[in-house]
Design a binder for this molecule. Structure first.
Ligand code: NAP
Length: 263
Protein backbone atom coordinates (compact mmCIF):
# COMPACT_ATOMS: atom_id res chain seq x y z
CA UNK A 1 0.00 0.00 0.00
CA UNK A 2 1.41 3.40 -0.97
CA UNK A 3 0.88 5.59 2.10
CA UNK A 4 1.52 8.78 0.13
CA UNK A 5 4.17 9.97 2.56
CA UNK A 6 7.04 10.44 0.10
CA UNK A 7 8.47 13.99 0.30
CA UNK A 8 6.09 15.08 3.06
CA UNK A 9 7.81 17.00 5.89
CA UNK A 10 7.46 15.74 9.47
CA UNK A 11 8.54 17.22 12.77
CA UNK A 12 8.85 14.44 15.34
CA UNK A 13 9.41 15.64 18.90
CA UNK A 14 11.58 13.82 21.46
CA UNK A 15 12.93 11.41 18.88
CA UNK A 16 16.57 10.52 19.54
CA UNK A 17 15.49 7.33 21.34
CA UNK A 18 12.54 5.13 22.13
CA UNK A 19 9.07 5.66 20.70
CA UNK A 20 9.89 8.98 18.99
CA UNK A 21 12.88 7.42 17.25
CA UNK A 22 10.81 4.43 16.07
CA UNK A 23 8.26 6.87 14.61
CA UNK A 24 11.01 8.86 12.86
CA UNK A 25 12.36 5.62 11.37
CA UNK A 26 8.89 4.54 10.25
CA UNK A 27 8.25 7.84 8.48
CA UNK A 28 11.73 7.89 6.92
CA UNK A 29 11.17 4.42 5.44
CA UNK A 30 8.15 5.91 3.65
CA UNK A 31 10.30 8.72 2.22
CA UNK A 32 9.19 11.49 4.60
CA UNK A 33 11.69 14.31 5.25
CA UNK A 34 12.34 14.85 8.92
CA UNK A 35 13.27 17.21 11.70
CA UNK A 36 14.00 15.32 14.91
CA UNK A 37 14.80 16.77 18.32
CA UNK A 38 15.93 15.92 21.86
CA UNK A 39 18.25 17.46 24.48
CA UNK A 40 21.40 15.34 24.15
CA UNK A 41 23.10 16.31 20.91
CA UNK A 42 25.36 13.29 20.39
CA UNK A 43 22.63 10.65 20.65
CA UNK A 44 20.34 12.80 18.50
CA UNK A 45 22.96 13.28 15.78
CA UNK A 46 23.73 9.56 15.74
CA UNK A 47 20.04 8.77 15.23
CA UNK A 48 19.86 11.30 12.38
CA UNK A 49 22.99 9.84 10.75
CA UNK A 50 21.70 6.27 11.03
CA UNK A 51 18.34 7.19 9.48
CA UNK A 52 19.96 9.15 6.65
CA UNK A 53 22.49 6.40 5.86
CA UNK A 54 19.84 3.66 5.69
CA UNK A 55 16.97 5.56 4.00
CA UNK A 56 18.59 8.50 2.18
CA UNK A 57 15.89 10.93 3.36
CA UNK A 58 16.80 14.41 4.61
CA UNK A 59 16.84 14.38 8.40
CA UNK A 60 17.88 17.33 10.53
CA UNK A 61 18.66 16.91 14.24
CA UNK A 62 17.94 20.02 16.35
CA UNK A 63 18.96 19.84 19.97
CA UNK A 64 16.42 21.49 22.31
CA UNK A 65 14.67 21.12 25.65
CA UNK A 66 10.94 20.85 24.92
CA UNK A 67 10.00 22.33 28.29
CA UNK A 68 11.46 25.72 27.25
CA UNK A 69 9.18 27.88 25.08
CA UNK A 70 12.01 29.93 23.50
CA UNK A 71 13.72 26.70 22.42
CA UNK A 72 10.51 25.50 20.78
CA UNK A 73 10.33 28.87 18.95
CA UNK A 74 13.87 28.25 17.67
CA UNK A 75 13.04 24.67 16.61
CA UNK A 76 10.04 25.88 14.63
CA UNK A 77 11.86 28.73 12.94
CA UNK A 78 14.77 26.42 11.95
CA UNK A 79 12.31 23.83 10.61
CA UNK A 80 10.58 26.44 8.43
CA UNK A 81 13.98 27.74 7.24
CA UNK A 82 14.97 24.20 6.26
CA UNK A 83 11.77 22.96 4.63
CA UNK A 84 9.36 25.90 4.40
CA UNK A 85 6.50 23.86 5.87
CA UNK A 86 5.45 21.11 8.29
CA UNK A 87 2.95 18.58 6.94
CA UNK A 88 3.04 16.19 9.87
CA UNK A 89 3.58 16.99 13.54
CA UNK A 90 4.15 14.22 16.06
CA UNK A 91 4.23 15.52 19.63
CA UNK A 92 6.08 13.56 22.29
CA UNK A 93 8.28 14.35 25.30
CA UNK A 94 10.03 12.63 28.17
CA UNK A 95 7.59 11.37 30.79
CA UNK A 96 6.87 13.52 33.84
CA UNK A 97 8.62 12.19 36.99
CA UNK A 98 6.86 9.50 39.03
CA UNK A 99 5.33 10.22 42.43
CA UNK A 100 2.17 10.25 44.53
CA UNK A 101 0.21 13.45 45.27
CA UNK A 102 1.87 13.80 48.68
CA UNK A 103 5.36 13.72 47.09
CA UNK A 104 4.78 16.66 44.74
CA UNK A 105 5.65 20.31 45.26
CA UNK A 106 4.22 23.19 43.19
CA UNK A 107 7.48 23.41 41.23
CA UNK A 108 7.06 19.75 40.14
CA UNK A 109 3.59 20.53 38.84
CA UNK A 110 4.82 23.57 36.94
CA UNK A 111 7.68 21.65 35.31
CA UNK A 112 5.36 18.80 34.32
CA UNK A 113 2.83 21.22 32.84
CA UNK A 114 5.56 22.84 30.74
CA UNK A 115 6.91 19.52 29.47
CA UNK A 116 3.82 17.35 29.10
CA UNK A 117 1.09 19.85 28.20
CA UNK A 118 2.64 23.14 27.10
CA UNK A 119 5.21 21.58 24.74
CA UNK A 120 2.26 20.01 22.90
CA UNK A 121 0.28 23.28 22.89
CA UNK A 122 3.28 25.30 21.67
CA UNK A 123 4.29 22.90 18.90
CA UNK A 124 0.72 22.50 17.71
CA UNK A 125 0.06 26.22 17.74
CA UNK A 126 3.17 26.87 15.65
CA UNK A 127 2.31 24.46 12.81
CA UNK A 128 -1.41 25.18 12.41
CA UNK A 129 -1.17 28.41 10.31
CA UNK A 130 0.94 26.70 7.61
CA UNK A 131 -1.29 23.61 7.58
CA UNK A 132 -4.39 25.80 7.22
CA UNK A 133 -2.83 27.61 4.28
CA UNK A 134 -1.97 24.38 2.45
CA UNK A 135 -5.27 22.74 3.47
CA UNK A 136 -3.48 19.57 4.56
CA UNK A 137 -2.05 18.50 7.87
CA UNK A 138 -1.67 15.62 10.29
CA UNK A 139 -1.16 16.19 14.00
CA UNK A 140 -0.57 13.13 16.16
CA UNK A 141 -0.15 13.41 19.91
CA UNK A 142 1.68 10.57 21.60
CA UNK A 143 0.27 9.83 25.06
CA UNK A 144 -0.01 6.90 27.44
CA UNK A 145 -2.63 4.37 28.50
CA UNK A 146 -2.82 6.49 31.68
CA UNK A 147 -5.40 8.55 29.73
CA UNK A 148 -7.75 5.58 30.02
CA UNK A 149 -6.60 3.91 33.21
CA UNK A 150 -4.56 5.83 35.79
CA UNK A 151 -1.27 4.12 36.69
CA UNK A 152 -0.35 3.84 40.35
CA UNK A 153 2.51 6.12 41.36
CA UNK A 154 2.39 8.22 38.17
CA UNK A 155 0.15 11.01 39.40
CA UNK A 156 1.46 13.75 37.09
CA UNK A 157 1.02 11.53 34.05
CA UNK A 158 -2.49 10.50 35.19
CA UNK A 159 -3.55 14.14 35.55
CA UNK A 160 -1.83 15.82 32.61
CA UNK A 161 -2.01 13.28 29.80
CA UNK A 162 -5.83 13.21 29.66
CA UNK A 163 -5.65 16.93 28.89
CA UNK A 164 -3.85 16.02 25.65
CA UNK A 165 -6.77 13.82 24.65
CA UNK A 166 -9.13 16.72 25.42
CA UNK A 167 -6.97 18.95 23.24
CA UNK A 168 -6.94 16.35 20.45
CA UNK A 169 -10.73 16.06 20.36
CA UNK A 170 -11.34 19.82 20.57
CA UNK A 171 -8.78 20.65 17.91
CA UNK A 172 -10.03 17.92 15.59
CA UNK A 173 -13.42 19.69 15.50
CA UNK A 174 -11.92 23.14 14.91
CA UNK A 175 -9.48 22.02 12.24
CA UNK A 176 -11.57 19.52 10.28
CA UNK A 177 -12.83 22.19 7.83
CA UNK A 178 -9.18 22.87 6.93
CA UNK A 179 -8.40 19.19 6.23
CA UNK A 180 -6.10 19.01 9.25
CA UNK A 181 -6.58 15.71 11.06
CA UNK A 182 -5.77 15.47 14.75
CA UNK A 183 -5.46 12.17 16.62
CA UNK A 184 -3.71 10.74 19.63
CA UNK A 185 -2.04 7.40 20.21
CA UNK A 186 -1.85 5.95 23.72
CA UNK A 187 1.15 3.77 24.34
CA UNK A 188 1.08 0.73 26.57
CA UNK A 189 4.35 -0.81 27.76
CA UNK A 190 6.91 -0.75 24.92
CA UNK A 191 10.52 -1.77 25.39
CA UNK A 192 12.54 1.46 25.37
CA UNK A 193 15.37 2.82 27.53
CA UNK A 194 12.74 4.43 29.77
CA UNK A 195 11.04 1.10 30.48
CA UNK A 196 14.37 -0.73 30.91
CA UNK A 197 15.31 1.91 33.50
CA UNK A 198 11.93 1.51 35.27
CA UNK A 199 12.40 -2.28 35.45
CA UNK A 200 15.98 -1.84 36.72
CA UNK A 201 14.86 0.56 39.46
CA UNK A 202 11.95 -1.63 40.56
CA UNK A 203 14.19 -4.72 40.66
CA UNK A 204 16.73 -2.83 42.78
CA UNK A 205 14.21 -1.42 45.24
CA UNK A 206 12.48 -4.80 45.69
CA UNK A 207 15.79 -6.70 45.75
CA UNK A 208 14.62 -8.99 42.97
CA UNK A 209 15.63 -9.69 39.38
CA UNK A 210 14.76 -7.63 36.29
CA UNK A 211 13.24 -10.81 34.80
CA UNK A 212 10.84 -11.15 37.75
CA UNK A 213 9.75 -7.50 37.47
CA UNK A 214 9.25 -7.91 33.70
CA UNK A 215 7.09 -10.99 34.28
CA UNK A 216 4.89 -9.03 36.74
CA UNK A 217 4.22 -6.39 34.09
CA UNK A 218 3.65 -8.96 31.37
CA UNK A 219 1.04 -10.73 33.56
CA UNK A 220 -1.20 -7.68 33.14
CA UNK A 221 -0.96 -7.68 29.31
CA UNK A 222 -3.38 -10.05 27.55
CA UNK A 223 -1.04 -10.45 24.55
CA UNK A 224 1.55 -11.77 27.01
CA UNK A 225 4.50 -9.57 26.08
CA UNK A 226 5.93 -6.06 26.16
CA UNK A 227 5.41 -4.18 22.89
CA UNK A 228 8.06 -3.27 20.36
CA UNK A 229 8.33 0.51 19.66
CA UNK A 230 7.92 -0.30 15.97
CA UNK A 231 4.43 -1.70 16.66
CA UNK A 232 3.38 1.70 18.00
CA UNK A 233 5.23 3.56 15.24
CA UNK A 234 3.30 1.63 12.57
CA UNK A 235 0.03 3.10 13.86
CA UNK A 236 1.43 6.64 13.96
CA UNK A 237 2.81 6.31 10.42
CA UNK A 238 -0.58 5.14 9.18
CA UNK A 239 -2.36 8.06 10.91
CA UNK A 240 0.15 10.44 9.29
CA UNK A 241 -0.58 9.03 5.85
CA UNK A 242 -2.99 9.86 3.02
CA UNK A 243 -4.72 6.54 3.76
CA UNK A 244 -5.96 7.79 7.16
CA UNK A 245 -7.95 10.54 5.48
CA UNK A 246 -11.24 9.90 7.37
CA UNK A 247 -9.83 9.51 10.89
CA UNK A 248 -9.83 12.54 13.16
CA UNK A 249 -10.46 13.11 16.87
CA UNK A 250 -9.60 9.50 17.72
CA UNK A 251 -7.43 8.15 20.48
CA UNK A 252 -5.95 4.78 19.56
CA UNK A 253 -4.54 2.47 22.22
CA UNK A 254 -1.50 0.40 21.30
CA UNK A 255 -1.19 -1.65 24.46
CA UNK A 256 -1.52 -5.40 23.81
CA UNK A 257 -4.93 -5.27 25.54
CA UNK A 258 -3.60 -3.74 28.79
CA UNK A 259 -6.54 -1.34 29.32
CA UNK A 260 -9.46 -3.36 30.64
CA UNK A 261 -12.22 -0.74 30.25
CA UNK A 262 -14.20 -0.08 27.09
CA UNK A 263 -12.25 1.98 24.55
N1 NAP B 1 7.90 3.17 26.65
C1 NAP B 1 6.74 2.97 27.21
O1 NAP B 1 6.40 1.85 27.57
C2 NAP B 1 5.78 4.12 27.40
C3 NAP B 1 4.47 3.84 27.77
C4 NAP B 1 3.56 4.89 27.91
C5 NAP B 1 3.98 6.19 27.72
N2 NAP B 1 5.28 6.44 27.40
C6 NAP B 1 5.65 7.83 27.25
O2 NAP B 1 6.14 8.07 25.94
C7 NAP B 1 7.15 9.07 25.97
C8 NAP B 1 8.42 8.54 25.32
O3 NAP B 1 8.84 7.43 26.09
P1 NAP B 1 10.06 6.49 25.64
O4 NAP B 1 9.79 5.18 26.29
O5 NAP B 1 10.26 6.57 24.18
O6 NAP B 1 11.27 7.19 26.41
P2 NAP B 1 12.86 7.18 26.07
O7 NAP B 1 13.26 5.92 25.41
O8 NAP B 1 13.48 7.58 27.35
O9 NAP B 1 13.00 8.37 25.00
C9 NAP B 1 12.62 9.66 25.35
C10 NAP B 1 13.01 10.63 24.25
O10 NAP B 1 12.56 11.93 24.62
C11 NAP B 1 13.66 12.84 24.65
N3 NAP B 1 13.39 13.84 25.70
C12 NAP B 1 13.16 13.61 27.00
N4 NAP B 1 12.96 14.76 27.66
C13 NAP B 1 13.07 15.76 26.72
C14 NAP B 1 13.00 17.17 26.77
N5 NAP B 1 12.75 17.81 27.93
N6 NAP B 1 13.17 17.87 25.64
C15 NAP B 1 13.43 17.24 24.46
N7 NAP B 1 13.50 15.92 24.36
C16 NAP B 1 13.33 15.17 25.47
C17 NAP B 1 14.86 11.95 24.96
O11 NAP B 1 16.11 12.52 24.59
P3 NAP B 1 16.97 13.44 25.62
O12 NAP B 1 16.98 12.72 26.93
O13 NAP B 1 18.30 13.56 24.97
O14 NAP B 1 16.26 14.76 25.68
C18 NAP B 1 14.53 10.75 24.08
O15 NAP B 1 14.82 11.02 22.74
C19 NAP B 1 7.33 9.45 27.44
O16 NAP B 1 6.54 10.56 27.75
C20 NAP B 1 6.79 8.23 28.16
O17 NAP B 1 6.34 8.53 29.45
C21 NAP B 1 6.18 5.44 27.22
Amino acid sequence: MDLGLKNKVALVAASSKGLGKAIAWGLAREGTKLVICARHKEVLEKTADDIFLKTGVSVFPLSIDLSESDQIDWLISETFDLFGRVDILVTNAGGPPPGYFQDLQEVDWQKAVDLTLMSVVRLTNAVIPGMRKQKWGRIIHLTSVSVKQPIEGLLLSNVLRPSIVGLTKSLSQELAPHNILVNSVSSGYCMTDRLRELFREKAKSRKTSIDKVTQEFVKEIPLGRIGDPEELANVVVFLASEKASYITGSNIQVDGGFVKGLP
